[in-house]
Design a protein around this ligand. Structure first.
Ligand SMILES: Nc1ncnc2c1ncn2[C@@H]1O[C@H](COP(=O)(O)OP(=O)(O)O)[C@@H](O)[C@H]1O
Ligand SMILES: [Mg+2]
Length: 236
């Protein structure tokens, strides 16, 4: 097991927004986190990497160790890659400069990624390597953000709505990249508002509603039960 979250609770200040998240990710598995806007998908990821949110209860075990009390840089050094919703590329730096920003040194036992390898995965980034990140399209910035997180040599990669705001063709390219990374053995959690875009690569699905995991199962199981979509995904 790569990650096991049990009964996770988390809050921004005094406002608790996660009231019981249970989630497991196996070795090499791609798990999709779905749910309407505002239900707690990003907050779940932020709780794992200790970004902005305070974990107030439950347990997060990553790679057989509890993440309790760890700071963000420590979690990332242990092997969690995080691609936030807002991508956070350095707009005024070139693609190459973005990729050369110093990052934590990974433990020796991990699959190492080099800048050349991420260019092989995302050829466009190589073509645009001298271009400033700020002038690139949303899809290109998304790829840059994923490429950058790969250089931390993650065992588990968190992708927060990687298709958000992208044209369908570009969104497909992001899915291609997820499939390629899966082949490399990277475990992933991908958050989405709808499942269509990652049907090709997800192994299992978790549905979140109002800060709680309310359903989990296979992708086929998800589609086989229209009640789930009706109850938890339609805008009401
Ligand atoms: N930085 C923040 N400070 C306070 N509340 C927040 C913050 N970010 C998100 N929230 C609230 O937490 C809840 C869950 O949000 P979020 O995890 O972003 O949902 P999702 O990613 O599923 O759209 C929402 O009610 C949202 O308004
Ligand atoms: Mg979100």
């Amino acid at each position: 097991m790569m990650l096991r979250i049990s009964d996770l609770r988390a809050a921004y200040g005094k406002a608790e927004v996660l009231h019981g998240i249970d989630l497991e990710v196996g070795l090499g598995e791609v798990v999709c986190l779905i749910g309407r806007n505002g239900v707690g998908k990003s907050s779940t990821m932020k709780s794992i990497v200790r970004d902005q949110i305070a974990v107030t209860g439950g347990e997060i075990i990553f790679d057989d160790r509890s993440l309790a009390g760890m700071r963000a840089h420590e979690v990332i050094r242990r092997g969690v890659g995080y691609v936030p919703e807002d991508r956070r590329v350095f707009a005024s730096l070139s693609v190459l400069e973005n990729l050369n920003v110093p990052r934590p040194v990974a433990a020796a036992d991990r699959r190492r990624w080099t800048v050349d390898e991420v260019f092989r995965l995302f050829p466009q980034l190589h073509d645009y390597r001298h271009r400033k990140a700020g002038v690139m399209s949303g899809g290109e910035q998304q790829m840059l953000s994923i490429a950058r997180s790969l250089l931390t040599c993650p065992k588990l990669l968190l992708l927060d709505e990687p298709h958000e705001g992208l044209a369908p063709k570009i969104a497909e390219e992001v899915v291609d990249a997820i499939v390629a990374l899966k082949r490399e053995g990277v475990s992933m959690i991908v958050s989405e508002q709808a499942l269509n875009t990652i049907r090709r690569c997800a192994d299992r699905v978790y549905v979140i509603d109002r800060g709680m995991t309310v359903w989990n199962g296979s992708v086929d199981g998800f589609y086989a039960d229209p009640e789930i979509t009706r109850k938890f995904l339609m805008v009401q």
